[in-house]
Design a protein. Structure first.
Length: 344
């Protein structure tokens, strides 16, 4: 790896970690910003933008201000954990989670797609090393960006220690007025998440007193789905409530048409909640045999959820398999793998 002084710190781009909303990319950034300096306090320096520069205005901060700050602290490398990196900085290590905007541009705003098409290929060429989160995503980057797969390290994400079957569901139930049994989905209200596939299930389960609830907000750069009135859309849910929200669910469902990894399925498994997920993108790779995998269509999800909720033995099998599967993925393990890569 093209580094300078081996004793110099690695700078971490904390732009995504500073965003108030929380998706997989932001979770990755927050965990690395917290865990890498804890692992080696002398080895890392965290570079945060002002609060106004975490979203669209942050592109200018990331491209202009960030490389200057990294140079001023004498960084031997700049770790960018959220897909983008300053093009002018010569020693970036970039985590590119997926290539969804290139594979499915219709899911995003025209401006967002244009930006991704401009910068992702350049970042891929100029980065000292690329990291991605699954073999599926490595294949996507190889095909869509033309990168040598040998330049792309696969390091999966993890599950926080807070996600456990012992998490108390009552604070989430009170805060979100959840009075009935529920099937949970944690996903932003965007086209790639394919939430419409849960509508037939929601209509069928309503007759049994079970509601389908979705935790996650909308992002303006992503196309929004419509026709979701049968679902209970909770919007953004405070991060502190999520462990109990998972643990209190009768089942977890993720119908995404495209995922680079799928952190929510592991968080649900760690909470002891049986999972039904789409057989698409990286989800089969992430879930292994610890979930029911179905085609991402509405009738398939309705049938799978109905069968699961009526089969206590299958629920117990999935709980046990899910707990074992989730235990393999820890944020400490992710941080150590990233640290080893940066130290090579």
């Amino acid at each position: 790896m093209m580094m300078t002084d081996a004793n110099a710190p690695v700078a971490i781009d904390a732009r995504a970690a500073a965003r108030p909303e929380l998706g997989g990319v932001e979770r990755w950034a927050r965990e690395l910003v917290a865990r890498l300096p804890a692992l080696r306090p002398e080895g890392y320096v965290v570079l945060r933008p002002p609060p106004a520069f975490t979203h669209a205005a942050g592109h200018a901060w990331e491209q202009v201000v960030l490389p200057l700050r990294a140079s001023r602290v004498g960084a031997r490398a700049l770790l960018c954990p959220a897909n983008l990196a300053p093009l002018a900085y010569p020693r970036s290590v970039v985590v590119v989670h997926d290539a969804a905007a290139l594979r499915h541009p219709g899911w995003y705003s025209k401006a967002y797609v244009a930006w991704q098409r401009l910068v992702l290929p350049a970042i891929a060429r100029r980065a000292v090393r690329l990291v991605t989160v699954s073999e599926f995503s490595r294949g996507e980057l190889t095909e869509l960006l033309g990168v040598d797969p040998g330049r792309v390290a696969v390091i999966p994400g993890g599950v926080g220690e807070r996600f456990t079957p012992a998490a108390d569901p009552e604070p989430a139930r009170r805060a979100l007025s959840l009075t009935r049994s529920y099937v949970l989905c944690v996903a932003s209200q965007t086209a790639r998440k394919n939430l419409a596939a849960l509508v037939p299930a929601a209509r069928a389960l309503a007759a049994e007193g079970i509601e389908v609830v979705v935790a996650g907000g909308h992002r303006p750069q992503f196309a929004r789905e419509h026709g979701l009135e049968a679902l209970r859309l909770l919007g953004h849910v405070d991060d502190a409530l999520l462990p109990g929200l998972y643990a209190g669910a009768a089942a977890f469902a993720l119908p995404s048409s495209y995922e680079g990894f799928g952190l929510p399925v592991l968080e649900a498994m760690a909470a002891g909640t049986p999972v039904v997920a789409a057989a698409a993108g990286a989800l089969p790779e992430t879930c292994g045999d610890a979930a029911v995998l179905v085609e991402p269509g509405g009738e398939a999800f309705a049938a799978a959820l109905a069968a699961l909720l009526g089969d206590g033995a299958e629920q117990e099998r999935l709980r046990a398999a899910g707990l074992a599967r989730a235990a393999r993925y820890t944020w400490d393990g992710t941080a150590r793998a990233v640290d080893a890569l940066l130290s090579a």
